[in-house]
Ligand binder design. Structure first.
Ligand code: PHE
Length: 343
């Protein structure tokens, strides 16, 4: 019996198989258990002779099973370690490289250009209330400009609470800055803005950069010089000319829309040239309305300033020759590569 059992133990090749042998050899229905039971019916002399032999058999078989089980488990671990070995000398697989998104890159460029002119970067929340987005900017409740903005409103929570919305422009950052920081103020505020609008040139989320200067004795000349300096630095050409057209924004007076001159080179519009062939609109601007300055708790007789707001996506498209705004938000590496943004 002993040599039979030891042979079975030796033959077991897996931890499961050795467990089956253990149940068969030592379990309740095993031959060893049956032998143990016979001890009860023996004479004392006989039992004294047989008990150590049966016990010895049981211990030998139990030890052999435990040893075999350890060996099998060690072998299984070795096999796993061997199969999971990493060869550090193999060349690494190629993974595609991402890059800074063109819009983020343009925001960084803008922050750098304006830092040289003494402007700090300010931020405000994308979830705004209607006071900062409209009322303080001289756009009262009934003003048609509210309808023109295609605003995304949040459902009303409490009666009489300020209406919450996704900011439709970066201009509320003007208000947040003027109510928090005493003048003189020189900031730009780049960020996301939202309007319920979608086609090849409009996405519901887009980017703007706001500019704001508040100080004593600020006039349109400062505005024009600042915009000219910015546009020439951004497009990297000294011969860019600007045209200011009278316009209307409730929060600036006077207001001006600003165009950059382009020249035609082989039928393509290239920004720049002392004698432009045409004009492209790039931003809205003006002198901050005295009512806006007063709404922020400042004395408009003491403080004046200018502001401008500019679409960043469009700035990026113009600089890098991209033609469909929607591609900005597809995250397609081939598109980034095509315009030289991804490796
Ligand atoms: N907020 C305006 C817009 O989104 C742009 C603007 C900003 C105009 C500041 C004048 C001054 O169209």
């Amino acid at each position: 019996l002993k040599s039979d059992l030891l042979a079975e133990i030796d033959a077991a090749g897996t931890p499961d198989a050795i467990e089956a042998v253990r149940v068969k050899a030592l379990g309740k229905a095993s031959p060893i258990a049956a032998l143990m039971k016979t001890l009860g019916g023996m004479s004392p002399e006989e039992r004294q002779l047989q008990a150590p032999r049966i016990q010895g058999l049981r211990t030998a078989v139990g030890d052999a099973i435990a040893a075999r089980k350890d060996a099998l488990e060690a072998a299984a671990l070795d096999a796993r370690l061997a199969s999971e070995t990493i060869d550090l000398t193999l060349p690494a697989p190629e993974t595609p490289q991402g890059s800074v998104h063109p819009v983020s890159q343009v925001m960084d460029e803008l922050a750098e250009i304006f830092a040289d002119l003494g402007f700090a970067v300010a931020t405000g929340p994308e979830i705004e209330d209607d006071w900062h987005n409209f009322t303080a900017l001289n756009i009262p409740e009934s003003h048609p400009a509210r309808a023109m903005h295609d605003t995304f409103y949040f459902p009303e929570t409490e009666e009489g609470a300020r209406k919450m919305l996704l900011r439709t422009h970066t201009s509320p950052v003007q208000i947040r800055t003027m109510t928090k920081t005493p003048p003189p103020i020189r900031i730009i505020a780049p960020g996301r803005t939202y309007r319920s609008d979608s086609d090849a040139t409009h996405t519901p989320m887009f980017h703007q950069v706001e500019g704001l200067v508040i100080d004593r004795g600020i006039h349109m000349g400062h505005l024009k010089w600042t915009l000219e300096t910015f546009v020439r630095a951004y497009f990297e050409r000294d011969d860019i000319v600007l045209r200011m057209r009278p316009s209307y924004f409730p929060f600036t007076e006077p207001s001006a829309e600003v165009d950059v001159g382009y020249t035609l080179e082989k039928g393509r519009r290239v920004i720049g040239g002392a004698r432009p062939d045409g004009w492209m609109e790039i931003l809205g601007s003006g002198m901050v309305h005295p009512r806006v300055i007063a709404a922020c708790g400042l004395d408009p007789d003491e403080w004046q300033g200018f502001a401008f707001g500019c679409g960043i996506d469009r700035l990026a498209m113009l600089k890098y020759g991209m033609d469909d705004l929607r591609a900005f938000f597809d995250g397609d590496l081939r598109w980034l590569k095509h315009y030289g943004f991804a490796a």
